[in-house]
Design a protein around this ligand. Structure first.
Ligand code: NAD
Ligand code: ZN
Length: 358
């Protein structure tokens, strides 16, 4: 069976297009009389971007903190806060607008789902468990690389696992891709998030699930990443934003691989953010992705990136076992990387050895 997947319904791309946000939301405000909720990454608390959020009477602006990657408990709390606010003003939210890196975009996706579905976000971690469509939701990235702006998942850390809420309802109704919003991101953060795209491409283009649809988008994303990180020009922000978009779409029919599986374990136990976790893991994966790892090191040299080292050796046995468990749950990633017999190569011992080098 071929996946009949859902794409973002509407998108706008271009420098300065954030200024159109008020017009873009007008249609939604008319269709569904209610208040807009803006979830803005709190890194922008004292930033001009906060002043430019097109708030209208009754709207709610929530500054979200993503020092930790999104947790199901945080999603539940935000959802409850919005419902309390709605009760206070006897209104209903007509849209959730996430403005920030992928952590903030994922919070917006998750909250928009949880406003219309009972229980905790943790109940829906998995594939296609959501029953009711989400509240209208829009994503406005201020970092590029994860592909979260186009994906059908919101990655959450729950009490038991780090796993997305994967569903067609998760996909944004609208995205606003304004390269000016990523222009001032700190160089290291830009690199780590950008490398998420590069690594996605290497993993999917060398994977066993690849088809021509994914190859077409993946190759374009990879070329753009190469230009951005090895030969940058004045339009590097535009290119990085489109690399993330194409990389994200390419994943719809393919899958990531060994690096992402290991990175999830690092994130769950050490709280390492996704982009940096991928970079830490990828540097030890020559045997799986020799050409990609070589080129990645050139990019690190060019951008003078020093990865953190010796993160795992001091951990307890239990913690390392947990990492191995988290990595091994992600069976499709291993199968994509190594084929149907992946269990023969990706043994617990081999994964443990890889972690111990990091
Ligand atoms: P992020 O959203 O976690 O942000 C990283 C840091 O950069 C934060 O401190 C944030 O406040 C800051 N930041 C964001 N924009 C900034 C800007 N313009 N200027 C200065 N600082 C800025 O980073 P990310 O790499 O975009 O996202 C990582 C998250 O995405 C993880 O939680 C990961 O699990 C998730 N993810 C989701 C998907 C998906 O498809 N939904 C895919 C990959 C990763
Ligand atoms: Zn990723």
């Amino acid at each position: 069976m071929f996946r009949n997947f859902k794409l973002v319904s509407r998108m706008v791309f271009g420098r300065g297009c954030f200024n159109q946000l008020d017009d873009i939301l007008a249609e939604q405000r008319t269709a569904d009389q209610g208040f807009m909720v803006f979830l803005l990454d709190d890194v922008f608390t004292r930033h001009r971007l906060k002043e430019k959020v097109p708030l209208q009477d009754g709207d709610q602006l929530i500054l979200v903190n993503v020092d930790d990657e999104p947790k199901t408990t945080y999603v539940d709390q935000l959802t409850a806060d919005i419902k309390t606010y709605a009760d206070t003003i006897t209104g209903t939210p007509c849209g959730i607008i996430g403005i920030g890196g992928a952590s903030t975009l994922d919070l917006a996706k998750a909250v928009s789902l949880m406003l219309n579905n009972p229980g905790s976000a943790a109940d829906y971690q998995g594939w296609d468990l959501i029953e009711h469509p989400a509240v209208y939701h829009a994503g406005i990235p201020t970092l590029s690389g994860t592909g979260a702006e186009v994906s059908r998942t919101t990655v959450l850390t729950g009490p038991e696992k780090k796993l997305g809420i994967n569903s067609d309802h998760t996909v944004f109704d609208q995205i606003v891709l304004d390269p000016e919003l990523i222009a001032k991101a700190p160089a290291e953060q830009r690199f780590y998030t950008g490398m998420d795209c590069y690594i996605h491409c290497i993993e999917s283009l060398t994977g066993t699930f690849l088809n021509q649809f994914s190859r077409s988008y993946g190759e374009k994303a990879l070329d753009l990443c190469r230009e951005v990180f090895l030969d940058p020009g004045p339009d590097a922000d535009d290119k990085l934003m489109m690399a993330s978009y194409c990389g994200g779409i390419s994943i719809a029919y393919s899958q990531v691989g060994v690096c992402h599986a290991l990175s999830y374990g690092l994130g769950f136990v050490l709280g390492l953010h996704h982009g940096i976790g991928n970079c830490v893991a990828f540097d030890y994966l020559d045997e799986f992705y020799p050409a990609g790892v070589r080129e990645f090191r050139q990019m690190m040299d060019k951008h003078q990136i020093q990865l953190p080292r010796h993160l795992v050796a001091e951990l307890s046995d239990d913690q390392i076992e947990t990492m191995v468990n988290v990595a091994l749950v992600l069976e499709p990633l291993w199968e994509n990387a190594l084929g149907p017999d992946w269990r023969k190569t990706a043994t617990r011992e081999r994964i443990r050895e890889l972690y111990l080098q990091m």
